[in-house]
Design a protein around this ligand. Structure first.
Ligand code: FAD
Length: 342
């Protein structure tokens, strides 16, 4: 175990993984801490099914990835060649991948799992406090020993990073508290037989309160017939505290016309408190005026979604590297305003 890391990254979602890979490629010692049991964050895949039947696979967070930024398109193309991503729908004209919608070959987590390979990631490590000490940042998980680092990068959804800063007694700039996300109630339904959803396996304009239905079997990630049903933000807010059965009833009723003779054998509910960004931060990341360098990144910055999280993670890593190279250290990070995209 390294005693002082160059950088501790909180969060093994797309932003944290991208930053981790970028910093490690520059020779930095990096450790990523995530409270979850695996990588991906909101690029999430779950497996379950009734006893005696093959487990169903459910992409219950991000449904697909688009790549309009050439750099991200390169990463996507590499993942496609390696067999981690495939085109689900949309078109690719020759080398132009920007119109295609990609999904993981075995579920959305396939991509972040591939990005996580070769990185030092400690799972089930919920960070509860960060302290500026003479040695650098001391990053304190709920259980286990603290980690020490020169630089600190927080990539949780911005309100969660803000809560961490507050719990640590650090000042939070108002432009961070202005970042907001919509909620999304999601029902995963294991069916007795194939759904009536048309190829290629999604309904993008279902009746309210649904905003999205995906057929994971047609998507090619589940051998068993399974649906992912996602509710709109206002329904999700109003019904947030409803019991699971009630949420299932609402959403499966709205999806009824695509079930026909198929019965629902098993369901699970996921409550996404932070799904899509509704009010992003205008810059690609935020560097705080702290005793040691501390940067926030993730989909709450700039473009949002998976691609935006990638761009934010890259921009934050590039900023940390340039700060370190310039030897500016603490004094250069006395800026209160986040840097803008160059
Ligand atoms: C229902 C839903 C549908 C979506 N659909 C799409 C879509 O189709 N296409 C698209 O591009 N995007 C979609 N998105 C958005 C996309 O998933 C996100 O924009 C992207 O995955 C965000 O990546 P991130 O790294 O910024 O954050 P996250 O993926 O949220 O990663 C943050 C990580 O930080 C960890 N963490 C948080 N707090 C702590 C702590 N205190 N200690 C340790 N770890 C911590 C979390 O466990 C998590 O793994 C969707 C999201 C949802 C929820």
């Amino acid at each position: 175990m390294i005693s002082v890391y160059d950088c501790v990254i909180v969060g093994a979602g797309m932003a944290g993984l991208t930053a981790g890979r970028t910093l490690q490629a520059q020779g930095w010692s990096v450790v990523i801490l995530d409270k979850a049991r695996g990588p991906g964050g909101r690029m999430a895949t779950r497996r379950f099914g009734p006893e005696g039947l093959p487990p169903g696979v459910f992409d219950h967070g991000a449904q697909y990835v688009t790549a309009t930024d050439p750099h991200f398109a390169d990463w996507v193309a590499t993942a496609e060649q390696a067999g981690h991503l495939k085109i689900w729908c949309g078109e690719r004209a020759g080398e132009d991948v920007t119109k295609a919608r990609y999904c993981g070959t075995t579920g959305m987590t396939a991509f972040p799992k591939a990005l996580a390979a070769g990185l030092r990631i400690h799972y089930s490590q919920r960070v509860i406090q960060v302290l500026a000490t003479a040695q650098g940042w001391q990053v304190i998980p709920e259980a286990g020993e603290p980690y020490t680092s020169r630089f600190l990068l927080l990539t949780a959804p911005v309100p969660q990073s803000v809560a961490l800063l507050t719990a640590s007694g650090l000042a939070v700039p108002p432009d961070l508290t202005a970042v907001t996300y919509s909620r999304c109630l999601t029902v995963m339904a294991y069916l007795s037989s194939a759904s009536e959803i048309p190829a290629p396996g999604y309904v993008g304009d279902p009746p309210a309160p649904l905003v999205w239905i995906a057929d994971n079997q047609q998507k090619g990630v589940s051998s068993a017939p399974t649906l992912t049903l996602q509710a709109d933000p206002s329904f999700s807010l109003v019904h947030w505290d409803d019991i699971d059965d009630r949420i299932v009833e609402h959403l499966t009723q709205a999806a009824g016309r695509w079930l026909k003779d198929s019965c629902i054998l098993m369901t699970q509910v996921q409550r996404w408190r932070y799904s899509l960004v509704t009010q992003p931060h205008p810059a690609p990341f935020a560097a705080l005026a702290t005793p040691h360098p501390l940067v926030l990144a993730g989909d709450g910055f700039a473009a949002g979604r998976v691609e935006g999280a990638f761009q934010s993670g890259q921009a934050a890593a590039a900023y940390l590297v340039s700060t370190s190279r310039a030897g500016q250290g603490e004094s250069a990070l006395g800026q209160s305003e986040p840097p803008t995209r160059s």
